[in-house]
Design a protein around this ligand. Structure first.
Ligand code: SAM
Ligand code: FES
Length: 346
């Protein structure tokens, strides 16, 4: 297999080449170097901030991997008020955030009747900011209303592009087909769409990962979020091993080479399985960080997986901590809306 295929992208790597690249760690250093060079061509050394507001841990779904699944009766549930959410935006804006990401479980309380006026208010107060939503699967009409209200981006990981694998991670009422249809609807409406998957989710094979990459190539999302699967002790997957750190880094690098324009976060999950995870993610080609803007008192309750980091720090502490971390590996956090770049800066 010849690595230069990837950086030049003049030849689309075959499934076999992709699989071989994912299964070996022989070329890591060279792979990261190439991915970093590619990201610098498009984004220089800038790292974009997204302020994450975890608005609710109620969820009607029962995804087997997720700590806030409806069957987890031990979890104390919460949902933020509009005032609390607006306060998070105010704090974030003062700290230089120009993207607010509202994320939650699929909570009926966040109906269109509640969300539309909230989005309108945030749009009115912060015309220079991006409003990103991540509320799971909704109807096309709902996505349209939220877009018309002022939301511009939507995060919805496809989780796995392989329908059989999807069925092993989710209850029967959920389907890979519906999730993909939601992503296409979001794209048709005009959202900047973010998709992605967990690395090392139970039953995942290299072939699943190849399919994930192929699906992303079809979808061409603006953002690609990947992070290791991390077991949660109150889910059926409690005994499954966590996703592999090095494999996650390798996939970040491959994604950067295949999607040079994309916004790729160094995720909290990556920072959870390794103390230097986010820094190494940036060096492998990631260019976004998503610190937490949620009120301190709810942080531990948005427990998707065990040992999640950054649950005890104020928003300003997180911002400062990340400034140091990002600079330690030669990049800098920027106060910028951080839209996707389709063309090279150089
Ligand atoms: N409800 C929205 C949705 O379905 O997209 C947003 C919330 S959902 C909890 C956000 C993401 O967390 C999921 O897309 C999934 O990939 C990730 N996640 C959930 N459980 C996880 C786990 N145990 N380890 C790593 N990531 C996990
Ligand atoms: Fe939140 Fe370090 S990034 S405390």
């Amino acid at each position: 297999m010849s690595l230069p295929i990837l950086p030049s992208c003049s030849v689309v790597p075959s499934d076999e080449e992709l699989a071989a690249l994912l299964e070996t760690n022989r070329y890591d250093r060279e792979l990261y170097r190439l991915a970093d060079a590619r990201r610098k061509e498009y984004y220089g050394t800038d790292v974009y901030l997204r302020g994450l507001i975890e608005v609710s841990n109620f969820c009607k779904n029962d995804c087997l991997y997720c700590g806030i699944r409806r069957s987890n009766r031990q979890l104390e549930r919460y949902r933020l008020s509009d005032e609390q959410i607006l306060q998070c935006c105010e704090t974030g804006y003062a700290l230089g955030y120009r993207t607010f990401v509202m994320q939650g479980g699929e909570d009926a309380a966040f109906s269109d009747d509640r969300l539309v006026p909230l989005v309108v208010q945030i749009r009115r107060r912060y015309p220079d900011c991006a409003i990103t939503l991540s509320f799971g699967e909704r109807s096309r009409e709902s996505y349209q209303k939220l877009y018309d209200a002022g939301a511009n981006r939507y995060l919805l990981r496809h989780e796995t592009a392989d329908a059989e694998h999807y069925a092993k991670l989710h209850p029967p009422e959920m389907s890979s087909a519906n999730r993909k249809e939601c992503l296409w609807n979001l794209k048709r409406i005009g959202y900047q769409v973010g998709s992605g998957f967990m690395v090392g989710s139970p039953f995942q094979t290299t072939q699943c990962l190849v399919k994930d990459i192929r699906f992303l190539q079809e979808l061409q999302p603006a953002m690609i979020g990947i992070g290791p699967f991390i077991a949660h002790h109150q889910t059926p997957f409690v005994r499954h091993p966590n996703g592999d750190f090095i494999l996650t880094l390798r996939i970040i690098a491959v994604l950067r080479l295949l999607f040079p324009y994309a916004l790729i976060p160094a995720t909290t999950a990556l920072g959870t399985i390794d103390p230097q995870g986010r820094e190494m993610g940036l060096r492998a080609g990631a260019n976004v960080v998503m610190p937490n803007l949620s009120p301190l008192e709810v942080r531990t309750k948005y427990a998707l997986y065990d040992n999640k980091i950054c649950t005890g720090e104020e928003a300003a502490e997180c911002r400062n901590c990340l400034t140091v971390r990002v600079e330690s590996v030669g990049y800098q956090l920027v106060t910028d809306i951080g839209n996707v770049k389709k063309i090279k800066t150089a």
